[in-house]
Design a binder for this molecule. Structure first.
Ligand code: PAF
Length: 282
């Protein structure tokens, strides 16, 4: 497995792969878990080579967020990726990706989809994500790039960016990986105490209950989502939002809409957890 520590080394490694079959790309911030590995495995099902980037992107963290505390486990990550047969890992520095500095660097903004849900609370977060993903997609030039459905809003924002800017890459969505108790895998789960880890699966259980209610004919999305918020708060979560929105444009779901998802964000012990369920067409 080759490791490219900057864009120059990446170009050299890519030249070695050039013309030798399709390439799938998995961008990550490291601290890899089964969720990331499922992206890698799906990449191998679709392409000959898989390239992974590991970069904790400062541009997508606000000053009050956990950039410094974000878990960095490079050696372990590299071991796992070598075990999966990954061809190349790109581990750039902040200076390499943002040579003009964070403030002066050109930004990529996707309007609309980024104003709601996580975008309302995390000012600038999605600009940070789209800026780094756009740059990584340009540098790696893969045929396919894979993203998890756990961050569904991020996935939809990236799909729009790729379509709007004509970036020649196929975006592949991979289902959320969960513990046996339903908790969505996330690097931030590592911040939770054992007590909070016991409580955390209630987030998904409540989303599933909304899914069941909709399957049984309920369409009062606001009422169903408010009930989730109240139940989570009663358990000790601090709810941020629980909303039913259309996947196509993230507008609030209407009764007749069929492409909807329930999005939820809530904190436990100060750790922000997000999850979602896509409601199948009825
Ligand atoms: O989902 C993530 O881990 C990050 O937002 C991404 C896509 C790697 C961009 O930094």
């Amino acid at each position: 497995m080759e490791i490219a520590k900057n864009s120059h080394e990446l170009r050299q490694c890519l030249a070695g792969l050039s013309g030798d079959g399709t390439v799938a790309f998995v961008p990550t911030m490291g601290n890899l878990h089964e969720g990331h590995l499922s992206l890698v495995r799906r990449g191998f099902a679709m392409a000959k080579h898989v390239i992974v980037s590991i970069f904790v992107n400062p541009l997508q963290f606000s000053p009050t967020e956990d950039l410094d505390a974000y878990p960095r486990t490079l050696e372990q990550d590299l071991e796992q990726l070598a075990g999966e047969g990954v061809a190349l890992v790109f581990t750039p520095s902040v200076e390499d990706l943002y040579p003009s500095g964070l403030q002066a660097h050109t930004k990529v903004t996707v309007p609309g989809l980024t104003d709601v849900l996580c975008g309302r609370q995390r000012a600038g977060h999605f600009d940070g994500v789209t800026t780094v993903v756009c740059k990584l997609l340009n540098l790696v030039s893969a045929d396919i790039a894979l993203f998890g459905e756990k961050d569904l809003q991020q996935l939809l924002v990236i799909r729009k960016m790729v379509a709007d800017l004509g970036i020649p890459v196929q975006i592949e969505a991979v289902p959320t990986q969960r513990n046996a108790n339903g908790l969505a895998l996330s690097s931030r789960n590592g911040y939770l105490t054992p007590e909070a880890l016991d409580l955390a699966p209630a987030l998904y259980r409540n989303l599933m209950a909304v899914g069941d209610a909709v399957r049984d004919g309920a369409r009062d999305y606001a009422g169903l989502c408010n009930a989730v918020t109240q139940r989570l708060n009663a358990l000790g979560f601090v709810s941020e939002y629980c909303e039913a929105r259309r996947c196509s444009d993230l507008l609030p779901a209407l009764e007749d809409d069929t492409d909807i998802a329930i999005f939820c964000a809530a904190s436990l012990e100060g750790t922000r957890l997000i999850d979602n369920i896509v409601i199948p067409h009825y």
